[in-house]
Design a protein around this ligand. Structure first.
Ligand SMILES: Cc1cc2nc3c(=O)[nH]c(=O)nc-3n(C[C@H](O)[C@H](O)[C@H](O)COP(=O)(O)O)c2cc1C
Ligand SMILES: [Fe+2]
Ligand SMILES: [Fe+2]
Length: 401
């Protein structure tokens, strides 16, 4: 069943996508997903909350029509404009030309460029604003960076239902829509953690603020835009507690300074070993580990980099550049948390040596703090080069206190 009643006057129209295995090009999703949207029927107006992915437009519209039973919606509340929820909005606006889109200020700017229309009827709302639907009221709660700047929650106090869009959600698909009907609970828990890690981990301070706002509501239901609806008596409190734990940064007694490198002929690898030795002289308590990029899983290395206090990258120059494995790691850097993170570079080259300047430029554009000394060694390192590698490690380590 994909159109159900949550509480009287609140309907869910969920589009199921059980086959999705990759989300947003980069996120692995083993369990598919659903795009949940909702209908709130008030005595003086009907509001839709969130929409669906464009690929499933026909399915979404059919389910919506079934839920509406011939009624016409007055409002579309967009908690977040990412295309997995806004891809069907252009079609919705054609079908319901009097629809008013209720949206945050940032969301309004994005939506104009998503539907490429200037004439969308919009009601821009800020934190605490209300929409009166007669016997139901929607209250809007600003929740920026959960996970886009535009995000807000919508609260329906008469029913104890909060619509949180992606927050507390999961890319997870079972035909039943409520948490107490989940069959594969371990798989669901895995999907919740994966969703947090991929979508919310870069925004931990905002997650804690979002949880505070939810705590003040004390909702019975959290209607997310992906995965099952969460109920107070089943998963809601558990997932909020998990989010709190995952978003709370434990102060660490020691620094983590990984070295990532690759090496075709062992030259850059030798440098890595000596850089690490010098680094440990300056930071004896630090966790210093060398990772050969071709020997480890990229996602694991990316997580280690993103959790580091500082890091090194070593790459030879091949075809006038750093190697693709190095670029893949850099492409996995979390752009939200990388600013001001110290990084230093080393590598062997043969004749032109472009790898390090290219890496420095890219890391600077991510706003990482690139150490001014870079160690570029021509072909095989000499004893003096190895000493310079130790000195680089030591100087970088000393700069971190
Ligand atoms: C296929 C290939 C292409 C290379 N292209 C360049 C290059 O464009 N510029 C350069 O300075 N060195 C180039 N080199 C030389 C390497 O950078 C040099 O051999 C270096 O010492 C390799 O370090 P490694 O042992 O850490 O891999 C190339 C080497 C190979 C095998
Ligand atoms: Fe999103
Ligand atoms: Fe989403």
């Amino acid at each position: 069943m994909v159109t159900e009643q949550i509480r009287s006057s609140v309907l869910i129209t969920s589009v199921l996508n059980p086959n999705m295995r990759v989300f947003d090009v980069v996120m692995r999703t083993e369990y598919g997903t659903s795009y949940n949207s909702y209908v709130v029927v008030g005595s003086r107006g009907i509001a839709l909350i969130d929409a669906a992915h464009a690929t499933f437009c026909e399915d979404y519209l059919n389910k919506l029509e079934r839920a509406l039973e011939g009624r016409t919606p007055d409002y579309l509340v967009m908690n977040h404009t990412e295309p997995d929820h806004s891809g069907t909005v252009a079609t919705l606006l054609e079908r319901y030309p009097n629809l008013t889109v209720v949206i945050s200020k940032a969301g309004a700017i994005y939506l104009k460029n998503i539907v490429n229309r200037d004439d969308v009827r919009m009601m821009i709302v800020t934190d605490g604003d209300k929409l009166d639907l007669g016997d139901q009221t929607l209250r809007f709660i600003s929740a920026p960076f959960l996970h886009w700047p535009d995000t807000m929650f919508t609260w329906l106090p008469e029913k104890g239902v909060v619509f949180t869009c992606d927050f507390l959600g999961a890319h997870y698909c079972e035909p039943q829509l409520f948490d107490h009907r989940i069959i594969y609970r371990d798989a669901y828990s895995d999907a919740v953690k994966n969703y947090f890690d991929c979508i919310f981990a870069p925004f931990k301070p905002f997650v804690l603020k979002g949880l505070e706002k939810l705590a003040a509501l004390d909702a019975d239901y959290a209607c997310t835009s992906h995965g099952p609806i969460l109920t107070r008596t089943c998963e809601l409190e558990r997932i909020k507690a998990h989010y709190h734990t995952w978003a709370t940064e434990e102060p660490r007694a020691y620094k983590r300074i990984p070295l990532f490198y690759c090496s075709a002929y062992g030259n850059t690898e030798q440098l890595a070993t000596h850089v690490a030795r010098g680094l440990l002289r300056a930071q004896p308590a630090a966790e210093v580990t060398c990772y050969d990029l071709v020997k480890h899983d990229l996602a694991r290395l990316a997580a280690i980099l993103n959790e580091s206090d500082a890091f090194f990258i070593g790459s030879p120059t091949i075809n006038r550049d750093a190697l693709p494995v190095v670029w893949n790691l850099i492409a996995s850097i979390d752009a939200v948390t990388i600013p001001r993170r110290p990084v230093a570079l080393f590598g062997s080259y043969g004749w032109s040596g472009e790898a390090l300047p290219h890496l420095a430029e890219r890391l600077s554009s991510l706003k990482a703090k690139v150490f001014e000394t870079q160690l570029k060694v021509c072909f095989t390192p000499t004893p003096a080069d190895l000493k310079a590698a130790e000195e680089l490690g030591e100087a970088f380590g000393s700069s971190l206190d």
